[in-house]
Design a protein around this ligand. Sequence first.
Ligand SMILES: [Fe+2]
Length: 261
Amino acid sequence: MPLNPAYTSKTPGSDGLYAYSDEENAVWGELFERQITYLKTRACRAYLDGVDALGLTPDAVPQVTALNKRLTQLTGAGVVGVAAIIPQSEFSALLAARKFPVATFIRTREDMDYLEEPDIFHEVFGHAPMLTNDAFCQFLERFGTLALSLPKTHLKHLYRLFWFTVEFGMIREGGAVKAFGAGIMSSPAEAAFASSPEAKRIEFDLITVLRTGYRIDIVQPVYFVIDSFDQLVNVLGQDIEAAICEAETRGDLPPRFEVAA
Ligand SMILES: [Fe+2]
């Protein structure tokens, strides 16, 4: 079940289709229109091409089956409908199989601007377009495999790498810095801030990422910028366990946000 009891998990019919009401489709459409206009100049090419390749439109909440038909042809990736947030081991296993879990409920109008737990707008509008990029999928697959093989005590640090790339990553493109992280794509506030002069955007550095804590409920105080998706794939070719041990030994960097007392 979703964390917020106001939201009800959806289950597909025998045809694999999820039923969305007119109101739910309208919410999707409004969120889609608002964000896509904004992202045209702020999102990276791979993401915008992915939106087109998947045939995402404001007309209705996309169906898992339709997304998978296209993803299978493009990269062999796929999405799997889940009720809500799933255990980390299950999440990692899906990534290792080039599958991305998607919660299938959608927010209500009261939560148009912000919802702490991921809904289908975040999952599909935010994440799915990047699944059309093969290098990005390679990264996800290797990340999942690594997460399954590392001791559980290292997962907090490993998932910081996920957070600062898959969720809030930015990439240098044609002399500009563009977004590819799903948390930026699906949030009006984050999309506005990430590309503003006030945002702190720094070069991606594995040890720095591993030593950087984060909060999920604020606009990010720092974004890490990569040069290419191949760079991300190559990061996982390094000895990540050794890097995590180094990060643990050196300790976390001072937080750039207020820490609850
Ligand atoms: Fe996400």
